[in-house]
Design a protein around this ligand. Sequence first.
Ligand code: MN3
Length: 232
Amino acid sequence: MTAAVGTVGGPFGDGTHDVRVAPDIVLSQKYPFVLPPLGYATKAVEPAVDAVTLRTHHERVHAAHVAALNAALAEHAALHAYSLGELLMGLRKWPAAVRPVVRRDGGGHANHALYWKLLAPGAPSAMTPGGKLADMITRDFGSRDALQRALQTAAEAPAGDGWVWLVKTATSRLAVRTLPDEDSPLLEGELPIVGIDVWEHAFTPRYRGRRAEYVQAVLARLNWDVAGAQIE
Ligand code: MN3
């Protein structure tokens, strides 16, 4: 996934995957926004996320966020100069009519793009956090296991539709957040590092509401290089 962006209906299952993905590939996109390719086969992250769920989620749900965002921004030419990251961080500055769409569909676009990158295809790896991120996890959580427990606990919060996040706060600390719907941590000026879409996946047949089990499965194949790249 070294190409900056893909197109709707872009390549699937081409087997290519580059873990050294720039953190802001999608956040730097400007109108018109495009759906990035997964960069791996839809079966490649089974059993954590099954192929049907992955494909539907990418081709329909994520694509719908992109289409809705483009449709709404078509009439707001003044916003075409801003990147997706700027649109989310500056939400309060935009016309009231467009704010809900930027929040829901701009957030949905950015959130899902990061989530796809964070899933490591192929056999579950023994990948662990490294570099600066590893140091920050030790400093702010004590250990990776403690971070995992915090993320699993956060996933159990009765947030309804939402995501569990590991963020870098404005004071450069790591923190776990549970945010509703498609709210991006960027709305509050916090940098997304790990984002786990809880709602849809926690209720697929494989998990049937066992959210902690789903979060554990995702973390077991998390691409920590991608997570680490978010703060480099
Ligand atoms: Mn989703």
